[in-house]
Ligand binder design. Structure first.
Ligand code: NAD
Length: 434
């Protein structure tokens, strides 16, 4: 199939590459010429494990190309996939300006019947609205498909090639069948729905996962007060097949470009039909507060006096294996530390440059490795569970720090590893050592 993917970000690039891997003829277009130049020179503008190698492989095979010429790409394609960003507006609603613009550009370029599939996460009813917009610009017939994306950054290629399910929201049987054919090599769990239900499945899935995270974080907070261990609690809960073990890791809460934005957007979607989504509002509130548990613990240890304190921060990305810093908890935590007059030494294996740009303020020493960040500090806050942190030599770490205070925001270490070491150790929902 000849496919154009519009938007070459985390979703568009990975999807485009994976469709090419399946043998389709894919053109990835982006309005950002800088991104396209990097890709055409053999580079990759984002960090995603395995992506560089897979791009090289499919380009070698001649099934993937990159460009900025959207009209040309559209004319040569049977399927156009929209994967542009839908970032949050200040009121929590999804900003649909990019997808509206992309849809209009596609409409103006269409020369014969196309399938238009929306992979971007968009509020219920958006596909219908986009179709109306496109019809106002073009007399060429097309079929609309809602094709929500469920990949996780950090394991995006695996998730795309081995998805738990594919959801195809369609209003035409013919287009639905073509999409079924396209995705059949990936999984036998393909569900065809109406378009509005497909749009809702995406929001409901993310909202449910966010709910699991906030739920276990509240259980963790109670565990801290009653002397229980949330890791054991989560293991015990997760064995129940009705509950399942995933998304029950207590920590400093979710971040990233999806859960915060999609939970807020769903609250707005509900609000527009006069439904107050009370449960989801609480999920968001709990998540916001959970970030600051790190600050509360530091305050408890240092008697509320953080001024002049030297604090190491390990991990800036919102989760491991990505350089994405959109809505990462580290941003607000470091902001609070700086506001309180602390000095911060920060390290992340791949997200440091992106984070530095995002933070946009002075007061942080950017470090090239974890030990350098810990050097001479009074406390260390671990905010992202990058695997390299778990393997750190604790006696070296202790020797590097001025005071061995470890706030483990992701429960990376086990209490038994730290027993007798002299570390003051606080994790989330587990007994502290002090
Ligand atoms: P992104 O910001 O990384 O990429 C979007 C790209 O679209 C950018 O490169 C931008 O330049 C390009 N773009 C915008 N307007 C364009 C236009 N008119 N023509 C061509 N290119 C254009 O975004 P992302 O993280 O890939 O997310 C894309 C969508 O997928 C969002 O709706 C998001 O909610 C959803 N989603 C994201 C993830 C994820 O993990 N990142 C997972 C599932 C779903």
């Amino acid at each position: 199939m000849r496919i154009t993917v519009v938007g070459t970000g985390y979703v568009g690039l990975v999807s485009g590459v994976c469709y090419a891997k399946l043998g389709h003829d894919v053109m990835c277009v982006d309005k950002d010429p800088g991104k396209i130049r990097i890709l055409n020179e053999g580079g990759v503008p984002i960090y995603e494990p395995g992506l560089r190698e897979l791009i090289a492989e499919v380009r070698q095979a001649g099934s993937l190309s990159f460009g900025t010429d959207l009209p040309n790409a559209v004319r040569r394609s049977e399927l156009i996939i929209l994967a542009v960003g839908t970032p949050p507006l200040p009121n929590g609603e999804a900003n649909l300006a990019y997808i509206d613009h992309a849809a209009l550009e596609v409409a103006e370029a269409m020369n014969d019947r196309k399938i238009i599939a929306v992979k971007s996460t968009v509020p219920v009813g958006t596909n219908e609205r986009l179709a109306g917009l496109m019809r106002s610009r073009s007399a060429v017939a097309f079929d609309s498909i809602s094709l929500p994306e469920f990949l996780r950054e950090g394991s995006a290629i695996h998730d795309t090639l081995h998805p738990d399910r594919i959801i195809i929201g369609a209003d035409s049987e013919e287009a639905a069948n073509k999409m079924l054919e396209l995705h059949e090599p990936l999984t036998d769990r393909i569900i065809v729905t109406d378009i509005r239900s497909a749009e809702m499945i995406k929001y409901a899935s993310n909202a449910f996962l966010a709910t699991k995270i906030s739920f276990i974080n509240e259980i963790a907070n109670i565990c801290e007060k009653v002397g229980a261990d949330v890791s054991q609690v989560a293991e015990g809960m997760g064995c129940d097949r009705r509950i399942g073990p995933s998304f029950l890791q207590a920590g400093i809460g979710y971040g990233g470009s999806c859960f915060p934005k999609d939970t807020n957007a769903l609250i707005q979607i509900a609000g527009h039909v006069n439904y107050e989504f009370k449960l989801l509002r609480s999920v968001v509130e709990v998540n916001q507060d959970q970030r600051f548990s790190v600050i509360r613990k530091l305050n408890a240890i240092f008697g509320g006096e953080l001024e002049g304190l030297n604090v190491a921060v390990w991990g800036l990305a919102f989760k491991p294996n990505t350089d994405d810093v959109r809505d990462t908890p580290a941003l607000e935590i470091i902001g609070r530390l700086l506001d309180a007059g602390a000095k911060v030494r920060a390290y992340d294996p791949v997200a440091l440059d992106n984070f530095r740009t995002l933070l946009g303020r002075e007061g942080v020493t950017w470090c090239g490795d974890a030990m350098e960040a810990a050097q001479g500090t009074d406390a260390l806050c671990l905010l992202t569970d990058w695997p390299e942190f778990a393997g750190v030599d604790l006696s070296r770490l202790q020797a590097a720090m001025a005071r061995p205070v470890l706030i483990d925001g992701r429960n990376v270490f086990q209490e038994k590893e730290l027993l007798g070491t002299g570390f003051v150790y606080y994790s989330v929902g587990r007994p502290s050592l002090n």
